[in-house]
Design a binder for this molecule. Structure first.
Ligand code: SF4
Length: 399
């Protein structure tokens, strides 16, 4: 396989790893003999047709893997032609494309060839060539492979802006069902701990992330959200990614051997919305409302579900509601809530159109608010409210 073909194959194989735009100041000094922007312009990214966010050079070191994770196209039992880059080869391609302005960063992941440490050495070699030979100062996201040794992760943290470990499942029991070679605590949480220590030392300015493959192990949304919440609180996680499991198409990448069913993309979307509420809307995990099967509603977004479940707390007066209460109103995001807060220091709101002008989605908000004591709609108009009896608050945290 020539280099171009490898890039095609190993770039396509990386599509199951999710990343998103990252805007950081790396703090690395630049000079006339260096290349790569460390300005907060961020890594260039694009969206695949199914809506996933991908960076422009997202690539695997190799699609060979000794493991046999049931959900993964690269698993050892999948019979297809394998390919690998040599570190110099991949670094050269990247720099070539970089110099042509085709991309602004690299996201490097890999299958586990021979051993995690063997493959991590190769991935680190790519980063070292970029940083030391080409004096590249741009964005590098390195995947830490399961069971990587702490010294390799420490080396990676000196080179990369972000590192990540894919948890794939929310707990040991679920992971065992789909990836029996991996030990949840030793192979995945331990590397996360080592990465966290590097972040605490001031390295990895773009932090660490993780990814879950949703629905592969029969886990519930509650399990995923509990683990995500724990990672945010205790492991300095910057962001969790959720990837609805999609069985790979039969192709040159081998036959479909997995009997795991396709998961609707809307489930992934609802998890992102719930995650967003916890990160930016001051929702605690226990503020989220789940169905009796411990999953989020697919029909309604989690903020609307919570508002309808606790409808006795509405309508709220827009002119004096506390900031946290403003954030609970469907149609009011953090930016709009801040603007409401600012504007009402100057004058009272009297007209719903004023809210529209500062970014409130009035259509969603009107049934939940009062303006100067005057109702703008009626929560009873929301037909779906009747169905909310089926929903339960999230049970108390176990972690
Ligand atoms: S270790 Fe990674 S690449 Fe290998 S089979 Fe599992 S998920 Fe796929």
């Amino acid at each position: 396989m020539d280099t171009e073909q490898k890039l095609e194959v190993l770039g396509a194989a990386a599509k199951y790893d999710i990343c998103a735009s990252t805007s950081i100041k790396s703090g690395r000094p630049t000079g006339r003999d260096t290349i790569g922007s460390h300005a907060p312009a961020g890594i260039c990214h694009s969206y695949t047709p199914d809506g996933r966010c991908v960076s422009l050079l997202k690539v695997l070191m190799t699609n060979s893997c000794r493991n046999d994770c049931k959900y993964c196209v690269n698993r050892v039992s999948n019979d297809f032609e394998r390919s690998s880059f040599e570190p110099e080869e991949l670094a050269n391609i990247f720099i070539e494309l970089y110099r042509r302005n085709y991309l602004e960063g690299i996201f490097l992941s890999s299958g586990v060839q021979k051993s995690s440490n063997y493959t991590m050495e190769k991935m680190l070699a790519v980063a070292e060539i970029l940083r030391y030979k080409y004096k590249y100062r741009g964005y590098i996201h390195l995947k830490a492979l399961p069971h990587s040794s702490p010294d390799l992760i420490e080396r990676g943290a000196q080179l990369a802006d972000r590192m990540s470990v894919n948890l794939e499942s929310p707990n040991p029991d679920r992971l065992r069902l789909i990836a029996h070679e991996k030990n949840f605590m030793l192979d995945l949480i331990e590397p996360i701990n080592v990465i966290q220590k590097q972040i605490q030392k001031g390295l990895l300015k773009a932090g660490q992330t993780t990814q879950f493959v949703v629905g592969a192990a029969g886990e519930t949304d509650l399990e995923l959200l509990k683990t995500t919440n724990w990672l945010y609180k205790h492991k300095s996680l910057k962001r969790a990614y959720f990837s609805a499991f999609v069985p790979p198409e039969p192709s040159s990448q081998g036959q479909v051997a997995s009997n795991i069913k396709k998961v609707p993309l809307i489930r992934e979307h609802r998890l992102y919305q719930a995650d967003w509420l916890m990160r930016f809307y001051e929702f605690k995990l226990e503020d989220l409302v789940l169905q009796s099967d411990s999953n989020l509603s697919l029909e309604l977004d989690p903020k609307m579900v919570a508002a309808l479940k606790y409808r006795e707390q509405f309508p709220v007066e827009i002119n004096n509601a506390p900031f946290k209460t403003l954030l609970r109103i469907p149609g009011v995001g953090p930016t709009a809530a801040k603007r409401i807060y600012r504007v009402r220091k100057e004058h009272r709101f009297t007209d719903i159109n004023e809210l529209k002008n500062i970014g409130v989605v009035v259509k969603r908000a009107k049934n939940f608010i009062l303006i100067n004591g005057k109702a703008q709609g009626n929560i009873k108009n929301i037909v779906m409210a009747k169905q909310l009896e089926l929903f339960q608050p999230v049970p108390l945290l176990l972690t």
